[in-house]
Design a protein around this ligand. Sequence first.
Ligand SMILES: [Zn+2]
Ligand SMILES: [Zn+2]
Length: 240
Amino acid sequence: QDAIDRKEKRSETFKTAVHGLEMDTPVLKTEELGRRAPQWVRDNLVTMCMRCKETFNAITRRRHHCRACGYVVCARCSDYKAELQYDGNRLNRVCQECYLFLTGQVVLEDREGKHKGILEKGAAEISGKSLLCSSLQLLDKSGKGGMRGWFVIPQDDPLVLYIYAAPQDVRAHTSIPLLGYQVRDLSQGDSRHLFQLAQSRQVHTFVADTEELKQRWMKTMARCAAGITPPEEEGEDADS
Ligand SMILES: [Zn+2]
Ligand SMILES: [Zn+2]
């Protein structure tokens, strides 16, 4: 890892020398992720992880580059490997967001489009005024592992499920527009409290901690997916 980082540093120094101090790093379009080599965001242009926003330091939180989006991220946020088409489908270090996108689990918001900034909502803030919020697990495609996070459907934005890595995060990890999804109960033959959002080829599988919580999520998601905004009395905190 040290060798890789030293190599990164040299190549960054080289780029800076060639291109001077241009500040704008072109961002790959979502559909280009993994297909085109990204231009790496330069280490010296960020002070915090571009995913978790934790401040970098030389010892416990060092800089790494996601080979898919080129963002500077910490080790924890880039502890994922995905096959990248531009690199002959070899496994490369990628950030969690690219990992979820490249493995087909979550639809990324178009980072250049009109939805830019939709994820810039504080989890704590919107959880206070939500139709439902709780900890859930989003399974990956194998159904074995997955991401545990904090899931919120805001009262004032009831067609969108926001997914946070933690309940106090200032920025959502991703979001899923709910309209048009079918909600499926998946408990048969599984001791876990599984349910699914499905729409054409998009499928998201969730695990709730309790059956009661699962039923509340399924009911709320089904109404939101159908465009019916649930009445306010369903808006209390799931953990209360
Ligand atoms: Zn990335
Ligand atoms: Zn990070």
